[in-house]
Design a protein around this ligand. Structure first.
Ligand SMILES: C[S@@+](CC[C@H](N)C(=O)[O-])C[C@H]1O[C@@H](n2cnc3c(N)ncnc32)[C@H](O)[C@@H]1O
Length: 173
């Protein structure tokens, strides 16, 4: 498992709880996904954005724990949720979404080999069907809390491998 440390400038976005400047762009440059989905997108506008707050004008207004997308469609799913009950209530007037549900939903919509990236103060339990690929600590200045990007990769099964030869009459599922 790789680790890294990124010094970044804190958000200048008008939206409360915005990302450090250039964070999303840096991830997109690193992974160059064809299909990018941002869950709990807030003021972010890149890729397919999903947020419960219609005022943010996301692509889809929906609960990010129950996304109206098919399985295995995204190369990269990024999640920047409210970090605790107080943030969720004070900043967004919402209930705190369950991180494990957000991660399970992100894993469902990610393609095999695709990445699921969570920004939070802690690293979560590994979502089922993924591997923890990298942890990146994010610092935005003196006395600012360090956050972590937990980067998971959805497992590829034998069935996802184009070289896999199916045996006639055998149930590989
Ligand atoms: C930390 S902010 C995201 C900020 C965003 N990364 C930015 O740079 O603007 C968290 C977002 O989660 C949204 N949210 C909270 N609960 C949600 C849920 N269950 N489903 C979808 N969005 C949710 C809030 O509306 C808020 O926009």
């Amino acid at each position: 498992m790789k680790t890294d440390f990124w010094m970044m400038h804190r958000s200048v976005a008008h939206y409360k709880g915005g990302l450090p400047v250039g964070l999303e762009e840096r991830l997109l440059k690193l992974y160059n996904p064809d299909q990018y989905v941002n869950l709990c997108s807030g003021s972010c506008i890149k890729g397919l954005t999903i947020d419960l707050n219609a005022e943010c004008r996301p692509t889809i207004v929906a609960d990010a724990t129950r996304v109206p997308l098919k399985d295995n469609v995204a190369d990269l799913v990024f999640i920047d949720p409210p970090y605790d009950q107080t943030y969720a209530k004070m900043l967004y007037k919402m209930k705190l979404p369950s991180t494990s549900k957000l991660l399970a939903e992100a894993t469902r919509i990610a393609k095999a080999g695709g990445r699921i990236i969570l920004l939070h103060f802690w690293t979560p339990k590994k979502p089922k069907g993924t591997l923890l690929e990298q942890l990146i600590a994010i610092q935005t200045g003196p006395y600012k809390k360090i956050r972590l990007l937990s980067i998971f990769r959805k497992n590829e099964t034998l069935l996802d491998n184009p070289n896999f030869i199916r045996l006639e009459g055998f149930n590989h599922e």
